[in-house]
Design a protein around this ligand. Structure first.
Ligand code: DOR
Ligand code: ZN
Length: 344
């Protein structure tokens, strides 16, 4: 029985760090295990310009623990007023690594997102030209579409038309939750990859709704039925280079999660590596963990893999049920299963 596993240091290709006190509280949890992360720009107000991304990067660097070895990979929040020249300049300066598309109203702080996709065509054309990836929150916002169908409908109505108009555009489908998305990625011949979260490998919609409502399992896109979770597990553990980890770790205080209209997001930065080791071992795929967490992402983003390593040992970890922040406690995602791997 494998007792210890050493892999290249992982990266998180989709992370919410927030700002201010929350940033200072959550960043050490990511920096403890991850070398780099793609930083989501959905602050209030959002990170829209290169100058805003540079200032946010500086705030993240200032919030890092002294001994940390962590590089934030910045992104811009796409709006209908985004200036393609500003995007290109921020990319050329090495400041940004992706642009994030939020359909307006799809999720937390997405009000400034895109309502009319024709209005971002010039920016997408520029991104295709310079090879800058587009990260998509893949859900339609049409209220007549069932929330469990919004990802599949987004692929048909929004994503596929965008990719046909801009075949050279490199796209990352973020936090995929359906077999439809897995199949769409697999059917592509180029310029398409997907991130998968830790929690979507573990929970299905029963975890949210059966036996009482569990707000801490509510995120967007919402977890789907079991067959979809199994498709995600198969994709993540397959070694297919088009699938890699993006935790979507999204801290909200308990006070904001436990409202009559609670916030979407699971906070997984703290225990993700232990959970993933468990998931991959359950599926007989521990040998593919490194590809998912440490190799496939840099491959798609055209970055070197990390030189440093991370070692997991077979030992039950102990994680706090929540972390303290000046704004109140943030609950750490409960995988609802025993964990057997600790980060050494
Ligand atoms: O669950 C989510 N939380 N999904 C998102 O798309 C946004 C995120 C957040 O920022 O809280
Ligand atoms: Zn997210």
């Amino acid at each position: 029985m494998t007792k210890s596993l050493t892999i290249r240091r992982p990266d998180d290709w989709h992370l919410h760090l927030r700002d201010g006190d929350m940033l200072r509280a959550v960043l050490p949890h990511t920096a403890a295990h991850f070398a780099r992360a793609i930083i989501m720009p959905n602050l209030v107000p959002p990170v829209v310009t290169g100058a805003q991304a540079a200032a946010y990067r500086d705030r993240i660097m200032a919030a890092l623990p002294r001994d940390a070895d962590f590089t934030p990979l910045m992104t811009l929040y796409l709006t209908e007023d985004t200036d393609p020249a500003d995007v290109a300049a921020a990319h050329a300066a090495g400041l940004i690594h992706a642009v994030k598309l939020y359909p307006a109203g799809a999720t937390t702080n997405s009000a400034s997102g895109v309502a009319n996709f024709d209005n971002v065509s010039k920016t997408l054309a520029k991104m295709a030209e310079i090879g800058l990836p587009l990260c998509t929150h893949g859900e339609v916002t049409d209220p007549s579409v069932d929330i469990f169908d919004r990802e599949a409908v987004f692929i048909d109505r929004v994503l596929d038309p965008i990719r046909r108009s801009h075949p050279d555009l490199r796209v990352v489908m973020e936090h995929i939750t359906t077999s439809d998305a897995v199949d769409y990625v697999k059917s592509s011949t180029a310029n398409l990859a997907a991130t998968i979260t830790t929690h979507h490998l573990v929970i299905n919609r029963n975890h949210i709704l059966a036996g009482g409502i569990k707000p801490h399992y509510y995120c967007l896109p919402v977890a789907k039925r079991e067959s979809h979770r199994l498709a995600l597990r198969a994709a993540a553990t397959s070694g297919d280079a088009r699938f890699f980890l993006g935790t979507d770790s999204a801290p909200h205080t308990d006070a904001n999660k436990l409202l009559p209209c609670g916030c979407a997001g699971c906070f997984t930065a703290t225990n993700t590596m232990s959970i993933l080791a468990e998931v991959f071992e359950q599926d007989g795929a521990l040998d593919q963990l490194e590809a998912f967490t440490s190799l496939n992402g840099p491959g798609y983003y055209g970055l070197p893999v990390n030189d440093a390593t991370l070692t997991l040992t077979r030992q039950a970890p102990s994680y706090p049920p929540h972390i303290d922040t000046p704004d109140g406690p943030v609950t750490v995602f409960d995988p609802d299963m025993p964990l057997n791997w600790s980060v050494a």
